[in-house]
Design a protein around this ligand. Structure first.
Ligand code: ZN
Length: 172
């Protein structure tokens, strides 16, 4: 990986495996963090980012798949439908791309940065990114979806992460 200003935590950092805590009371500090997360996401050409990826074990995510920025607090999937598999990358796992089978459509409840309830009905790529980021809040990563053979292939890549990270098409 070339040296960047990125503050993104990379696989191996224990914060990525921790269960993120729900936000009890939204303050200006959370709004500030969400803005920082959005900047980091854009800087690293990601389309989604979860707070654990910047070292904060808190239930905050940002998403922008090109249809506007979403800043979500305490997001929860309340309903799912169908299946869909997309090859995903992760800013915390540079160079690793895994085809992940997820729900094609999800319904998510969350709070916006002012504490107002938000309900999102998402499908395809947007649904995939929501599930990817919500996984981060549970300490779950795309490598957990890898098949046995993929895991063997990935093992070498994980070891080489810092030396030759390439980026995948979708960085979440
Ligand atoms: Zn990720």
């Amino acid at each position: 990986m070339p040296e960047t200003k990125s503050k993104i935590r990379i696989f191996g950092d224990p914060v990525l495996r921790k269960k993120a805590k729900p936000v009890q009371k939204i303050t200006s500090e959370h709004r500030e963090i969400l803005s920082q997360m959005a900047s980091s996401m854009y800087e690293d050409s990601g389309i989604g980012l979860a707070a654990p990826q910047i070292g904060l074990s808190s239930q905050l995510i940002v998403i922008d798949i090109g249809q506007g920025l979403y800043k979500l607090i305490n997001p929860k999937i309340v309903k799912r439908e169908g299946f869909h598999a997309i090859t995903e990358g992760c800013l915390s796992l540079p160079g690793i791309c895994i085809k992940v089978k997820r729900s094609k459509r999800v319904w998510v409840k969350a709070l916006d940065e002012n504490g107002n309830p938000v309900e999102i009905e998402a499908k395809d790529l947007f649904a995939c990114v929501l599930q990817h980021e919500i996984d981060h809040l549970k300490g779950k990563l795309i490598i957990d979806y890898a098949s046995f053979l993929e895991k063997i292939r990935i093992k070498r890549k994980l070891a080489a992460l810092k030396t030759n990270g390439k980026t995948c098409k979708l960085q979440l």
